[in-house]
Design a protein around this ligand. Structure first.
Ligand code: ATP
Ligand code: MG
Length: 471
């Protein structure tokens, strides 16, 4: 545990005496003063600081919130810097010429500084049953809309900072840092959970999952990323509510899958998703096969282990490779179907790939820009064994050769095919000049930028004062 967390005395960490918990839903904040926590402004993006100062100067409240506060307290590098404020989106928009309001379901403001985007959200409030515009700051068009199942289709009811904290997902994601007092404000015992390494859904977990089933995936993602334990109450409804994921648009689930498996903790994430029966709702075909076929399970696990190592070594990764591994056992199985057995092998392979992709798309979208390299990785598995004469050179020049070769090694490691061909290709590459890797890395899909929207600039790539920080 981090020393500062360990040393936080119960007195400093207890809820403030002068701000007792209100009777209904309003918690008093615990204020962790500057000398009681390690967050320094030099670890915060200059752009985020600029946004907070300008909002404060215009008499608005503004806090750094969410993952940035959590990660800074844990000594890590935040992925991005999100701000919460009492200013409405229109008021934020008026303060920053470099901003625009985005989203319908959940309106936020993006303030752009070069390639960096600071996301500014207005404090969310409670949702009065049957009413959606009771808060005075809620504009006419900004409403909360729920489906018959209780899913929040729109959440634009504004409120106070305390209410905002209770609308967030996990306690550890609901910490607020202010540049007015440089203190961390804790409205839901988040510091206890941070120090005890607990992932706890705020409020009544079943209701929070019903409002937004993606929260179930977020619970797993943060448990894996932070190495925290799920609180029993948070974990308990997962299995029975997992089916709610079927109601989430496949495009949103694709984005979530990337976050789940491309953050350097895919092995742990996969294990937790399986344990809580969520994986089968995202990848039903892969789940069935991994239960029937030990090679399929090993292949998927090994693909995740390789992805984690690549990310942790700073090497690029692509969703195409991960999806190729997740769906490959299904393609192999599909080829065995009676009707495909009658077709020429390559035609059967393409038909099997079509069917598997089509089925998967009912659950998570697979954008064309990843489908194409994924299919090529698969197709090259049929061609890599035919390496006689000039064919080897041609395959070697293929833009997807490197990814296909890695995939071949993966299949050998998983015991799906016997070793030998992988060694042959390893030796071939030693004997022959490797094609220009920079060109290849851009083409073979081994690049994170292919899937990243140019949203927020990562800490590592920024040349700011906080870059020098070491956890
Ligand atoms: P990271 O950016 O490191 O993945 P994060 O905690 O910042 O983690 P974001 O997805 O950037 O996660 O979201 C920012 C914050 O918004 C979260 O910390 C959380 O407080 C809130 N949040 C995001 N998604 C939800 C959700 N589905 N329900 C409730 N609150 C959410
Ligand atoms: Mg974030």
């Amino acid at each position: 545990m981090l020393n500062w967390l360990k040393n936080l005395s119960p007195k400093q960490h207890s809820h403030q005496a002068e701000k007792p918990a209100a009777a209904t839903n309003k918690l008093g904040a615990t204020i962790i003063a500057r000398d009681q926590h390690p967050i320094s402004r030099k670890w915060i993006s200059d752009s985020a600081l600029k946004v907070m100062y300008r909002l404060n100067n215009a008499n608005h409240d503004a806090y750094l919130v969410g993952g940035a506060v959590r990660d800074l307290l844990l000594g890590g590098h935040p992925k991005d810097f999100d701000i919460a404020t009492d200013a409405t989106p229109e008021q934020v928009r008026a303060l920053f010429s470099n901003s625009r309001i985005i989203g319908r379901r959940f309106q936020i403001v993006h303030v752009r500084f070069g390639r960096e985007i600071i996301e500014v959200t207005t404090f969310r409030g409670h949702h009065p049953e049957g009413d959606d515009t009771t808060h005075p700051k809620t504009s006419k068009s900004a409403k909360s809309v729920k489906s018959a199942e209780g899913m929040l289709l729109r959440d634009n009811v504004y409120g106070t900072v305390e209410e905002d904290a209770l609308r967030r997902d996990l306690t550890v994601n609901a910490l607020y840092y202010s540049v007015k007092d440089f203190a961390v404000h804790d409205y839901c015992h988040a510091m206890d959970d941070l120090s005890n390494k607990v992932i706890r859904m705020i409020g009544e977990p079943a209701q929070r999952y019903r409002e937004d089933p993606v929260r179930m995936l977020r619970v797993i993602r943060f448990a894996a990323k932070l190495g925290f334990q799920l609180h029993n109450d948070t974990a308990k409804p997962l299995k029975s509510m997992a089916e709610l994921l079927y109601s989430i648009p496949s495009a949103r689930l694709f984005d979530e899958v990337l976050k789940l498996f491309m953050s350097g903790h895919a092995v742990k994430t996969f294990q937790l998703l399986c344990e809580h029966q969520l994986f089968e709702k995202l990848f039903p075909q892969s789940n069935t096969l991994k239960q029937q076929d030990a090679h399929a399970q090993t292949l998927i696990e090994q693909a995740f282990a390789n992805t984690d190592s690549r990310i942790n070594e700073g090497k690029p990764v692509t969703p195409a490779f991960i999806y190729a591994a997740l769906l490959w056992p299904s393609v192999r199985e599909e080829i065995k179907s009676h009707d495909l057995q009658k077709m020429p092998p390559m035609a059967a392979f393409h038909e099997a790939a079509n069917r598997v992709i089509q089925q998967q798309q009912q659950h998570t979208a697979i954008p064309k820009r990843f489908q194409i390299p994924m299919r090529e990785i698969w197709e090259l598995q049929q061609r890599l064994p035919k390496n006689g004469g000039k064919r080897a050179q041609k395959l070697f020049q293929h833009p997807r050769f490197r990814a296909a070769y890695d995939f071949l090694l993966l299949r050998e490691q998983a015991g799906e095919i016997s070793p030998g061909l992988g060694d042959w290709w390893t030796e071939y590459q030693v004997q022959n000049k490797a094609p220009d890797r920079t060109q290849h890395s851009a083409e073979d899909g081994h690049t994170q930028n292919m899937y990243r929207k140019p949203r927020k600039r990562s800490n590592r790539s920024r040349n700011n004062s906080f870059q020098a920080r070491r956890p």
